[in-house]
Design a protein around this ligand. Structure first.
Ligand code: FE
Length: 322
């Protein structure tokens, strides 16, 4: 065992990531190869990562922060955990609506909130949009993930922006009265329940179904996923994973370089292809993902989703979404 002395001039960047995908490491390796900047990864679940940053304050080691979900990244910015940066390549590579007007964060990948339906339980032709889940004919047949999930908070925020508070309230009250309780802990358990006919329809992120179909979660989940149909509303609610530079970063220029790399067409595709997400400017070309149908992202911006997060949570609570 050789003791190799640590080269103190080695450039590095420390990443706090709420993206819990091993495949991201390949992209970091490519970055390190191209730039000579070493990537040190500190992974954590989304919410505890934000709590951790708050607790650590200016002692934090974090340089680049990666989070999934619109509400999480906008809340991190509101909590003052990120810093504004100027980067022409980020401005060019990240489409409008998927970046912070204050330049605190930039989207890296996109995910679509779709519906999974069991054709043996409900009439697939009757469900086109999330709002159809309020139809009284679906009583006891709707399964939803619990209110704490930022994915659903962002979906509700999306409806508030698109349809206004009153219509969203009416949709929520109808849909929640159709829910087969208890609420579920995660998207995967919803896909299983719909498959097992415990429910007729649920709402999940598209990549969970893709992963199950691809066999990433094992054979049993592949069989479950094969029994559900994926319905992609047009337009569909699109959520993101995103990155921003930590307020107290020690390696700011290295962190900006890495963020630029991840948001570039090559980087975004490198993150999104193996996770079945969509890159920023293209559609994932995997056959499974393509089988879910084309999606037309609606015009709601990620900032709008963040700005409506508190109201979304309130309306969910009021409607009995636990
Ligand atoms: Fe997820």
């Amino acid at each position: 065992n050789l003791n190799i002395p640590v080269n103190s001039t080695q450039r590095e960047v420390k990443v706090y990531s709420g993206r819990h995908y091993n495949t991201d490491r390949e992209v970091y390796k490519r970055f390190a190869k191209e730039t000579g900047i070493k990537v040190r990864l500190i992974e954590a679940a989304g919410i505890s990562l934000i709590e951790r940053l708050k607790r650590e304050g200016n002692n934090s080691q974090a340089d680049l922060i990666l989070l999934v979900d619109a509400a999480r990244i906008t809340n991190a910015a509101k909590a003052g955990l990120l810093q504004s940066i100027n980067s022409t390549s980020l401005e060019n590579d990240v489409p409008d609506g998927l970046k912070d007007p204050q330049k605190n964060w930039y989207a890296l990948t996109r995910r679509v909130r779709v519906m999974v339906v069991n054709p043996k339980v409900v009439d697939v032709n009757k469900i086109k949009d999330y709002t159809d889940l309020a139809d009284p004919s679906l009583k006891g047949k709707v399964c939803l993930r619990n209110r704490k999930s930022p994915y659903n908070q962002s979906l509700v925020a999306n409806q508030i922006v698109n349809k206004g508070e009153m219509e969203t309230k009416a949709w929520l009250s109808g849909m929640i009265s159709n829910v087969s309780k208890p609420f579920f802990p995660g998207d995967i358990s919803i896909i299983r329940a719909v498959s097992k006919r415990k429910c007729g329809v649920g709402i999940v992120n598209h990549y969970y179904v893709a992963r199950m179909l691809a066999g990433v979660n094992g054979r049993r989940d592949t069989l479950y996923a094969k029994k559900v149909s994926v319905l992609t509303p047009k337009p569909a609610h699109v959520n993101i994973s995103a990155g921003g530079i930590a307020k107290y970063a020690n390696n700011t220029s290295e962190a900006i370089k890495l963020l630029e790399f991840l948001a570039s067409p090559k980087g975004s595709k490198g993150l999104a292809a193996p996770t079945f997400e969509h890159p920023l400017k293209e559609v994932n070309q995997n056959e499974i993902v393509k089988s879910f149908g084309e999606f037309k992202p609606d015009k709601v911006t990620i900032k709008d989703l963040g700005d409506n997060n508190s109201l979304a949570i309130k309306l969910m609570k009021d409607a009995g979404w636990n």
